[in-house]
Write a protein that binds this ligand. Structure first.
Ligand code: NAD
Length: 351
């Protein structure tokens, strides 16, 4: 089956793994990567596939209604896999409106362009929306988020993602748009932007810088290796039922402090430093406002219905991640220095 799929946010962390997977697995599909290349977007993530015959990069902003309508009209994409978003909770506390604009309005612009194209015949079409477990709010010490858990977001980021999920559902109900939503737990792995916990701490340990742990370090998250998320999206995109939500998670809960200690031990080994060296860098800092205590995903539906489960343990995934960062110091240096942004804006803004 030949398909013309636009993947939004494909230059970002998770998006780049999804784009690579689709380009490599489905040579008969045409894959378009639509990305505004914000600070989080980096085409270096996709260097290995940038000249593949079934891959096209389009620089563009999903909030630009005229541009998106014209693009959809011209290309007639039969599916959207939507990952473009502002994704960092701390940034959402500083600038919540930017999150409302990209995550809510941007999603609506895409939904509308897709509806305008296909509302008379939805056959073979699909809007796949990538969302987060943070929409469900915070858990106490027990329990898991299932697909029927009520939404209860606490940060501007999670509220904007919750809102976008509601609009996707509403387009399904109101216009009959075929959609699938997946809500995933925290991802980690290669190409992770070093403002997020695991890559930030790997980078800080390499550079002997402090490891700032929020509050008492007992915040608990479920962690999933990013390539396993890309496999889950592939499966749910192809085999998931319309109007369904799938929770995706690693069955892998860690308190922040235990995670940081595990990472410190692995980094000491890799860098051949005496055991305990990296742990000395841990410093406790004032908690983030609205910080959710615990997220934990029940991913049994996607496991039962689509046969998905994570392929690596946390220790294996972390080791692969650390190796990738140590082997790709240029990527890390370029991202932290911002020089890749300069390079790509020279490349793309001139045209
Ligand atoms: N990172 C996680 O742990 C996680 C977990 C669950 C769900 N998600 C969701 O997955 C998606 C991707 O997350 P990520 O961590 O890869 O994010 P990211 O910040 O690494 O990447 C986001 C991408 O979107 C692009 N983008 C931002 N605004 C845009 C706009 N207006 N128009 C076009 N492109 C724009 C950026 O340039 C970047 O390439 C998001 O929707 C996020 O909510 C992330």
């Amino acid at each position: 089956m030949s398909k013309k799929i636009v993947i939004t946010g494909g230059a970002g962390f998770i998006g780049s793994h999804v784009v690579r997977r689709f380009v490599k697995q489905y040579s008969s599909y045409q894959i378009f990567n639509l990305d505004a290349l914000t600070y989080a977007g980096n085409l270096e993530n996709l260097k290995d596939i940038e000249s593949a015959p079934n891959y096209t990069f389009i620089k563009g902003d999903i909030t630009d209604e005229k541009f998106i309508n014209e693009l959809f009209e011209e290309q007639k994409f039969d599916s959207v896999i939507h990952l473009a978003a502002e994704s960092h909770v701390d940034r959402s506390i500083v600038d919540p409106l930017a999150f409302a604009k990209t995550n809510i309005l941007g999603t609506m612009v895409l939904l509308n362009a897709f509806k305008n194209l296909w509302q008379d015949n939805w056959s073979g079409k699909r809007f796949y929306h990538v969302s987060t477990d943070e929409v469900y709010g915070s858990l106490g010490n027990t329990g898991l988020f299932t697909e029927s858990t009520s939404y209860d977001p606490n940060s501007p980021y999670s509220a904007s993602k919750a809102s976008s999920d509601h609009f996707v559902r509403a387009y399904g109900e109101t216009y009959g748009m075929p959609y699938v939503i997946s809500n995933c737990s925290n991802n980690y792995g290669p190409n992770h932007f070093p403002e997020k916990l695991i890559p930030l701490f790997i980078n800080n340990i390499i550079n002997n810088k402090a490891l700032p742990v929020y509050g008492d370090g007992l915040f608990t998250r479920d962690w999933l290796y990013v390539k396993d998320h890309a496999v889950a999206i592939d499966l749910a995109f192809h085999k998931g039922n319309n109007s369904e939500t799938y929770n995706i998670g690693g069955f892998n809960e860690w308190t922040n402090i235990d995670l940081v200690k595990l990472l410190c031990g692995l980094m000491d080994d890799k860098l051949q430093r005496p055991t305990g060296t990296s742990e000395k860098l841990i410093t406790y800092v004032k908690d983030r406002p609205g910080h959710d205590l615990r997220y934990a995903i029940d991913a049994s539906k996607i496991n039962r219905e689509l046969g998905w489960k994570p392929s690596v343990t946390f220790e294996e995934g972390l080791e692969k991640t650390i190796n990738w960062f140590l082997e790709n110091k240029d990527w890390l240096n370029n991202v932290t220095s911002g020089s890749y942004k300069e390079y790509y804006s020279n490349q793309y803004d001139k045209k």
